[in-house]
Design a protein around this ligand. Structure first.
Ligand code: ADP
Ligand code: MG
Length: 624
């Protein structure tokens, strides 16, 4: 019979793209479709429980026994997954199953175009393949659903072959909830085996708190009986001794869609003033949207074991947004909204303790001899650095977690801790030296490092974009001050012994005076320096002035930058300087001094305001 209610819709283009991608890149891990559908059913049931608490008048008062049921219809080539959760209205069906609401989807899809097939599998898994994964194994998917608050005798049937369109029609039903019928592709018949389905559920969904049942048909008695196949107890509410490593790992995969195991985790139940259980995971990989500001990152919130919301961002500071897990509070009210959560004192206390706990987990990991912490730092170091500004209360703990490249690590990989740096300080050194630059290579080759290399004094080499900004917040470590080597610094004088100072100091007095006059408006000061070896001169910024690197960051962000006035330091032992010093012709001398200055600025900034003037000067000299 033809249904005259039937309407055909086309998928939004990003759905089509995602479907195509998924079907062609997830072939090696097809079984996850079951995890995704069960997780949606479980969410739907949790939503209904929650709704019933909030708006009881909208729902029946009948005793509610939530369950998820799976039946296998071998002769029809079908798997049926049904739940008695909240269900969907027609509008919701169209919104939820015909579009992708997730922000950042476009940029995600664009990113996907540039990566290898092998990696796609993992990447798309992290994005959360969700409902559409049904199409990996099905040639047709039918969704029968009815919202629990719906008073009519009909529900909505959504049907699609996953190609470009779907249809929607009404169907008669008394029951609320959702039933998904997967008509399997002929190549996917293995999923019609009951043992196989049981195995997959055990693997991915054992800890789901709602019973999952599978039907067994008894040929003798010709009856169907339902067999519960999962543990059906929330993992975190169970006794720690009973939970295996594997349980924790699978639970992590379930809540994150990550295909890899987590790096580490911590499960705590706290009693007393604030009663709560937390289960926090540190992933191995960053999620695809870690740098998308608009995307939410947070914990799953439960109150008294009832699911309240996903991505509750209020329990973690932003710089710990890579942490995944759940928090189950005994003290928060059940009817809490995001807004109230934001201002609640309970939330604030929890956030503080969870932050401390995570920093402790990381600290423990960092003291461990394994390579785990280094792996963590390589991926999440940049995010941790944000913490120095965001969380002044824990600055010391965050500083302990930092890792750096330095002259002595001789590697772009950031491996050096501040503690180790301090332990390796040379006699008389009372500052932690650092240099910020655009790249590790340019930092390593900077003339600012010459004396440090010679004296074997280590310098931290900072080349992440956030570093310059970070160093504004990180002023000392265990009471030892940080010092930029590209800024004027008197402490250095004491460290550099007098060994290479020539006696003819007066000769230079005159030279410096003349130089200052030539560069009057361009520099803040001109000095003799003994920190250079193979470079004739260098520019520094004054102690309290904006650094070059900071100015670059400002200007690349389109912000106005004050003109930096440099201090020019000249190396009296350099042959070029010795030569210039002897020049008597005033205009020639002046030309040389300007070249010294301009090449120092060029080395420092990588650019010149008037490069053609500099080039003209050089060309004039070349012709001589
Ligand atoms: P996600 O679960 O990450 O939101 P999915 O693609 O898995 O993404 O599901 C999309 C949406 O479809 C869900 O957010 C939910 O609103 C709706 N949905 C899917 N399955 C069900 C179900 N069994 N019952 C009710 N709603 C569902
Ligand atoms: Mg889902």
């Amino acid at each position: 019979m033809k249904n005259k209610n039937k309407k055909v819709h086309v998928f939004k283009s990003e759905v089509k793209e995602l479907l195509h991608l998924m079907i062609h890149s997830l072939y090696s891990n097809k079984e996850i479709f079951l995890r995704e559908l069960i997780s949606n059913s479980s969410d739907a049931i949790e939503k209904l429980r929650f709704e019933k608490l909030y708006n009881p008048e909208k729902y029946t008062k009948k005793v509610y026994v939530p369950k998820i049921q799976i039946s296998i219809k071998k002769t029809e080539n079908q798997i049926v997954i049904s739940d008695n959760g909240i269900g969907m209205t027609e509008k919701e069906v169209i919104n939820n199953l015909g579009t992708i609401a997730k922000s950042g989807t476009k940029s995600f899809l664009n990113q996907m175009k540039n990566i290898e097939n092998k990696e796609k599998n993992e990447f798309i898994g992290q994005f959360g393949v969700g409902f559409y994964s049904a199409f990996i194994v099905s040639e047709k998917v039918s969704v029968y659903t009815k919202h629990a608050s719906e008073k009519t005798e009909s529900g909505i049937l959504w049907i699609s072959e996953g190609k470009g369109e779907y249809s929607i029609e009404e169907f008669a039903t008394q029951e609320h909830g959702t039933k998904i019928v997967l008509s399997l592709k002929t190549s996917e018949q293995e999923f019609l085996e009951s043992w196989k389905i049981k195995q997959i559920i055990k693997k991915y969904s054992d800890h789901i708190s709602i019973p999952i049942e599978i039907d067994n048909y008894d040929k003798k008695t010709q009856t169907i009986s339902w067999e519960k196949i999962n543990e059906a107890k929330s993992l975190w509410t169970q006794n720690k001794n009973k939970i295996t490593k594997k349980d924790y790992q699978e639970f992590y995969k379930y809540i994150t869609h990550d295909s890899e195991k987590p790096l580490t985790w911590s499960h705590n139940t706290v009693e007393g003033n604030q009663e709560y259980t937390s289960l926090l995971y540190i992933p191995k990989k960053a999620t695809w949207d870690m740098w998308h500001r608009e995307n939410k990152h947070g914990l799953k919130l439960y109150v008294k074991h009832i699911f309240i919301m996903d991505e509750a961002t209020q329990f973690l500071p932003n710089y710990l947004r890579f942490v995944k897990g759940i928090i189950d509070s005994q003290d928060l009210p059940l009817n809490i909204s995001r807004e109230i959560l934001q201002d609640s004192t309970i939330t604030n206390v929890l956030r503080k303790t969870l932050t401390k706990r995570i920093l402790k987990i990381l600290n423990t990991l960092s003291l461990n001899k394994s390579k785990k912490y280094q792996k963590f730092w390589n991926i999440f170091g940049l995010v941790i650095k944000e913490g120095l500004a965001e969380d002044s209360e824990n600055q010391k703990n965050i500083a302990d977690l930092l890792r750096f490249s330095s002259i002595q690590t001789e590697s772009i990989e950031q491996t050096l801790s501040l503690k180790k740096y301090v332990n390796n300080m040379v006699k008389g050194q009372n500052k932690i030296y650092f240099l910020t630059s655009d790249s590790y290579q340019s930092a390593l080759n900077s003339p600012h490092l010459e004396i440090f290399k010679e004296k074997k004094i280590d310098v931290l080499l900072l080349s992440d974009r956030i570093d310059e900004w970070m160093m504004n917040y990180l002023t000392d470590f265990n009471n030892i001050k940080f010092q930029s080597v590209s800024k004027a610094d008197d402490s250095l004088k004491e460290l550099i012994s007098n060994e290479n100072k020539p006696d003819d100091k007066n000769i230079f007095d005159d030279f410096i005076k003349k130089t200052k006059k030539i560069l009057t408006n361009k520099v803040k000061d001109v000095r003799i320096t003994y920190r250079l070896k193979s470079t004739p001169s260098i520019v520094l910024t004054d102690t309290n002035d904006m650094s070059t690197q900071m100015a670059k960051i400002f200007s690349s962000a389109g912000q106005p930058v004050p003109q930096i006035k440099y201090i020019l330091e000249i190396n009296p032992t350099h042959p070029l300087v010795k030569k210039i010093q002897k020049i008597e012709n005033e205009s020639e001398f002046s030309n040389w001094i300007n070249i010294l200055f301009e090449q120092s600025v060029l080395a420092e900034k990588g650019t010149l305001e008037n490069p053609h003037i500099f080039i003209n000067r050089i060309n004039t000299l070349l012709l001589k």
